[in-house]
Design a protein around this ligand. Structure first.
Ligand SMILES: *[C@@H]1O[C@H](CO)[C@@H](O)[C@H](O)[C@H]1NC(C)=O
Ligand SMILES: *[C@@H]1O[C@H](CO)[C@@H](O)[C@H](O)[C@H]1NC(C)=O
Ligand SMILES: *[C@@H]1O[C@H](CO)[C@@H](O)[C@H](O)[C@H]1NC(C)=O
Ligand SMILES: *[C@@H]1O[C@H](CO)[C@@H](O)[C@H](O)[C@H]1NC(C)=O
Ligand SMILES: *[C@@H]1O[C@H](CO)[C@@H](O)[C@H](O)[C@H]1NC(C)=O
Ligand SMILES: *[C@@H]1O[C@H](CO)[C@@H](O)[C@H](O)[C@H]1NC(C)=O
Length: 413
């Protein structure tokens, strides 16, 4: 009985997610220049917008043990093997596009979900890690190069399918912003049906109740869930346990991108992967509009911090590590950052410009690259929607074979 109810709830939730997505989250390509223009309307002052090299947080534990940077992954060739943990609602569509483009341009092999058990060709799983039931085997005589679809992290499972020299890249977002984005996107019943009041969000933060007993709830330390924190820590919030797990993650991830310092993170990523500036260009995808954002007060944030202990520990830890890694890079990092920001702004404007006049954009030579060209085709790929992109990669990798192997349940690793 209880199992049936649970199953029902799960199915309803999936249907809900599906409907809300297809109705509200499908911006037409046509609209994108308008949105982009809004986002970048102040593009010429945005280089000055953030103070550089501020390291606000102090003295988190085990500083010298967590510096798994490019020294640990020495590379003179551009790295071709990447596992990106695509955390929900954390600028991850924008980041994923970088990996999709990189692999697509070079015919690399992606880890792809098995044909839609549910609805999404770009989601491997929202509850478990990769396994032989939820991904497709690599094509004959190939091995996986890139993993960047939604799935829960698990070291053993990732290692079992990815090459040994894989670079592991994660992403985190400031936790109150992250949960705000989840609330906006999913409009969870745990808030909007449970609380019939003028401020259901505030009521929820005051009293998260049973949500904290459900480790799969998107409202319950979701980033920590996707990073595969031991379930016991969700209940115990044991400090040593948390620190041990963070230390483990730090040894496994070469870089964890901090959304609030996205460009800094991406430039550092370029250096770790030994990629080119062109490889890391991006346009912002799937950003929500400012006026639709639900309000979360300072008090709510304070309360959130009290019960979302894992989220804040995770964020604070990788925030600190990012800045420690950047410090190791030396002064010329800032120069590269400025160069990257300015090229990216120009490329965004070029790609968002009137289609009729598009030919190509020439980025100037710098200390980090020769002159390079951004073509209309490059623009197209930068704006390509993730589902479409994943689908064309799937078609390239498997052709129509995919439809004939739908029922294949053989093990392949
Ligand atoms: C990759 O590393 C080599 C050796 O350090 C360097 O010469 C080359 O410029 C790097 N390439 C990129 C794209 O960063
Ligand atoms: C990728 O595959 C296509 C089609 O098979 C081929 O034309 C192209 O040269 C390949 N590109 C690279 C970089 O290998
Ligand atoms: C919510 O509360 C209002 C006012 O108390 C009431 O009229 C309404 O029926 C309630 N709605 C639900 C769904 O409970
Ligand atoms: C596009 O090209 C036409 C014809 O060359 C020109 O008149 C127009 O000003 C151009 N528009 C932009 C935005 O560059
Ligand atoms: C935004 O995310 C949704 C859900 O993952 C997806 O369906 C949609 O294609 C994405 N849009 C873009 C532009 O990538
Ligand atoms: C998969 O198996 C089901 C049930 O055995 C069958 O009805 C269906 O046609 C099969 N699909 C393919 C693509 O073989």
């Amino acid at each position: 009985m209880a199992r049936h109810t649970l199953l029902g709830v799960v199915i309803l939730f999936l249907i809900y997610v599906f409907i809300s997505n297809s109705l509200f989250k499908n911006p037409k390509l046509k609209n994108r220049s308008v949105e982009e223009t809004q986002i970048y309307s102040s593009h010429h002052d945005h280089i000055e917008q953030q103070p550089l090299m501020v390291d606000k947080k102090t003295d988190l534990p085990f500083k010298d043990k967590y510096m798994l940077s490019k020294q640990a992954n020495p590379t003179t060739e551009p790295c071709q093997h990447v596992a990106f943990l695509k955390v929900h609602k954390a600028a991850s569509s924008t980041t994923q596009n970088i990996f999709l483009r990189y692999g697509y341009d070079r015919n690399l092999t992606f880890v792809l979900p098995r044909p839609p058990k549910f609805f999404y060709p770009n989601i491997i799983s929202t509850v478990t890690s990769v396994n032989n039931k939820n991904i497709l085997p690599p094509p004959v005589n190939k091995h996986y190069d890139i993993l960047c679809c939604h799935v829960i992290y698990n070291r053993k499972a990732f290692e079992a399918i990815m090459p040994k020299d894989t670079a592991y890249i994660g992403i985190v977002r400031e936790p109150s912003e992250h949960i705000r984005s989840i609330i906006q996107y999913f409009r969870p019943k745990e808030i909007y049906e449970r609380f019939n009041s003028t401020d259901p969000i505030a009521d929820f933060f005051k009293n998260p109740g049973r949500t904290l007993r459900n480790t799969q709830s998107y409202l319950n330390n979701r980033m920590a869930f996707e990073y595969d924190f031991p379930r016991s820590l969700f209940y115990s919030k044991d400090n040593d346990g948390i620190n041990n797990y963070l230390r483990k993650l730090a040894n496994e991830f070469h870089l964890v991108i901090v959304v609030e310092y996205f460009d800094e993170s991406i430039v550092l990523m370029r250096r770790i992967l030994n990629w080119s500036i062109k490889d890391i260009l991006y346009v912002k995808l799937n950003e929500s509009k400012k006026d639709k954002k639900p309000k979360i007060s300072l008090e709510d944030k304070q309360r959130h911090r009290e019960w979302a202990v894992l989220e804040y520990a995770l964020y604070d830890f990788f925030y600190k590590r990012l800045w420690d890694q950047i410090k190791e890079e030396g002064k010329d990092f800032v120069d590269e950052l400025y160069y990257f920001k300015s090229v990216r702004t120009d490329v965004t404007n070029f790609c968002s410009g009137p289609i009729a006049n598009k030919t190509s954009f020439k980025a100037p030579k710098s200390k980090w690259n020769d002159e390079f060209i951004v073509s209309e085709k490059d623009c197209e790929l930068m704006f390509k929607k993730e589902i479409e992109f994943v689908n064309s990669i799937k078609l390239f990798q498997y052709g129509d074979l995919i439809y004939r192997t739908l029922n294949d349940t053989t093990k392949y690793y």
